[in-house]
Every structure is written in C-alpha cells, then in structure tokens.
Design a protein around this ligand. Structure first.
Ligand SMILES: Nc1ncnc2c1ncn2[C@@H]1O[C@H](COP(=O)(O)OP(=O)(O)OP(=O)(O)O)[C@@H](O)[C@H]1O
Length: 324
C-alpha cells in the first residue's frame, strides 16, 4: 500500500438513513489530509469509523485499510493483517484493540477528553507508556519527558509534575497530542483540534501538526469545518457534504481552482486571501487576517487565527496562562 490509510466506498448507516453514503479517501503517507465540510456532513463519523468507534446505532460497510508497515508502530497487529494492509471495517475487537492508540491515535476538539483531571501529566503519560509498551518506570518517565519536548511543552521535566488544569488550552492540546503519540502511531486522526482554542494559539498547534508530519513517520487526517485551517496545513483536501464527497484535490488546486460549486461557496465565505504556498507565510497572513477579522467579524475562519508568539509556536500560550 502506498497510502497510510485508504477508505473505499465507506457507508455509515443508522437504521433509518445513511450518514456517510459511499466515500473514497486516500491519506497519503507523510501527509496531512484535510476533511472539510459543513456541520453534520459526516466528517467525525468517518474518523470514528476508522477506529471502530461509531455509536452503537450505526453500522459501517465498505473498506478502510490501514497500511501494514513492517517495523512501524509497535509491531504486528496479528489477525487481520495482510500484505495489502489491515481491514478495519468489520475488524474483530482483537484487531481494533491492537490498532487503537498503537497504530492509529486520535485527538479531539476538547483535550480534556483524553486527559484525566486528577492525575499529573507525568502519571498519565507514564501509565500509558508502561501499559502499552511495557516500559520500566524510569524508561517511561524519560520517554514521557521526550514526548512533551516533541510537542514543545516548555520545561518538560517540570510539566510532568503538573495537573492538566495548570496549563493553558493550547498547552493542554499539545499534551493530548503527546499522549496520542506515545506509542508512535503511523496515523493520527485530529478532529477539530484547534477549534476550541483561543485565536492566539490555534496557528501554533497547526504548525506543530505540520512539524510532526514533516519529521517523518506520521500521517494526519485533519477533520475541520474550517477551510482556513486547511489552507494553512493540509497537503490534500476532501470536501464533504451530506455524507458525500463533493471534491478532493491537492490543497493548491482546491484553493486556486475549485471544481465544485459547493467548494466555491465555502471558499467565497473566507475573508481575504486564504491560500499561500508556505505555512510560515500563512501564519503571518492569519495574524493579519485575525486583526482585520476582529473588526470585520470574520468568525471561525482564516481571520480567526494567530501565532502563539516568539518562535511562532511557543510563547504566547505560556504568557497567557500556561504553567502557573
Ligand atoms: N449518536 C448518533 N446517533 C445518530 N446520529 C448521529 C449520532 N451522532 C451524530 N449523528 C448524526 O450523524 C451525522 C454526521 O455527524 P458528524 O458528527 O459526522 O458530522 P460532522 O461533519 O463531523 O459535523 P460536526 O462538525 O458538526 O460534528 C449528523 O447528521 C449527526 O446528526
């Protein structure tokens, strides 16, 4: 398999109707694939179907194949694993259990979903590492510190002793990403990972996702209703509407020559210029857009993003109330 994840003819149904009605999507290895579309179009259910986590009232059919990379992640998933990948639709609990967290991890809009409020960050990370990877206490602590450094949480060693509420929203999302990366997954499903964040920290988290992919070994399916977010970091973008794919294209093509009328209407709703080649340039544009957008009321889009200050990744998030 050349793609990290290949979705073909995916259908998700309730007893009465189709939520997702036969979609195809290929998540390229080492890329960020944006899944965009209006609320209710089926983006989240598509991501949940990858991990076999759909609500009990829904069933999935079609195919979701995860590349079965030799040496990737933490080893073979056993049953269900073939040369052409691991089929996840209809997979057994054993296969899904081996894939979840270890080969495919997920981060959500609200980082509290994956962080226990009454346990220190270090305890959560080390428990996770010891349970899944069987590391010794010392090795787990050392890897936990390295993970926090990888997601650019300042003063990683001290951060291990703190509780989630002692961090700002942006830092908490970074910690949730660290937990997700603990077992070196090959695929990260990120569902609106910046939507709940203050405008001053969104771009920094997006830039972190870009860096994690560029460092190698990780591919990201980025679910968001916000095409501005897509323009900043995605390599490919798939646009969904009412359970169907309306358009799928490389970022530049989608933003400069959208083929579908619905995509064009989404782009027309973006304030100002929304596409540039370089994420760094975009981060600057996003700040300018935000400043202009604050006056013009361009809610929830390109105009709502800004850097975190300093290195454009770290800094303001802390200043705003990071480690206290
Ligand atoms: N537990 C559930 N039972 C039945 N239908 C559901 C359930 N959860 C979501 N749905 C429906 O499934 C459809 C797709 O929802 P989904 O969450 O995938 O949309 P989305 O594109 O991610 O939008 P949003 O960003 O608003 O979450 C929606 O019509 C929603 O109402």
């Amino acid at each position: 398999m050349t793609d990290a994840l290949t979705i073909s003819g995916l259908r998700i149904r309730t007893r009465t109707h189709a939520i997702v009605d036969g979609i195809d999507l290929a998540l390229e290895r080492g890329g960020i694939h944006g899944l965009a579309g209006e609320s209710g179009s089926g983006k989240t259910m598509t991501a949940l179907a990858v991990l076999g986590l759909l609500p009990g009232s829904m069933t999935a059919s079609g195919s979701i194949r995860l590349a079965d990379d030799a040496g990737a992640g933490t080893g073979s998933t056993g049953a269900g694993s073939t040369a052409s990948g691991i089929e996840l639709v209809g997979a057994s609990r054993q296969v899904l259990g081996a894939v979840r967290g270890r080969r495919v991890a997920m981060v959500f809009q609200d980082p509290s979903t994956s962080l226990h409020p009454q346990l220190t960050v270090g305890r959560q990370l080390t428990d996770h590492l010891r349970h899944h990877l069987g590391l010794s206490k010392a090795a787990a602590r050392s890897k936990a510190e390295a993970l926090l450094e990888r997601v650019r949480v300042p003063d990683a060693r001290a951060a291990l002793s703190r509780y989630p509420h002692q961090f700002s929203g942006g830092q908490r999302q970074r910690i949730a990403i660290a937990v997700a990366l603990a077992c070196d997954p090959t695929v990260l499903l990120a569902d609106e990972p910046t939507t709940a964040l203050d405008v001053t920290v969104q771009a920094g988290v997006l830039q972190l996702l870009r860096e994690l992919v560029d460092d190698g070994g990780l591919s990201i399916l980025l679910v968001t209703h916000d095409l501005g977010v897509m323009s900043a970091v995605a390599d490919e973008v798939t646009v969904m509407r009412q359970g169907l794919v309306v358009e799928s294209a490389p970022r530049e093509k989608l933003f400069t020559a959208p083929q579908d009328a619905y995509t064009r209407s989404l782009l027309a709703a973006l304030p100002g210029s929304s596409f540039e080649e370089s994420p760094e340039v975009l981060v600057e544009e996003l700040v300018e857009g935000h400043e202009a957008g604050s006056a013009g009321g361009a809610a929830g889009s390109v105009g709502g993003l800004a850097v975190e200050g300093g290195s454009a990744v770290d800094g303001a998030d802390d200043v705003e109330g990071g480690a206290r």
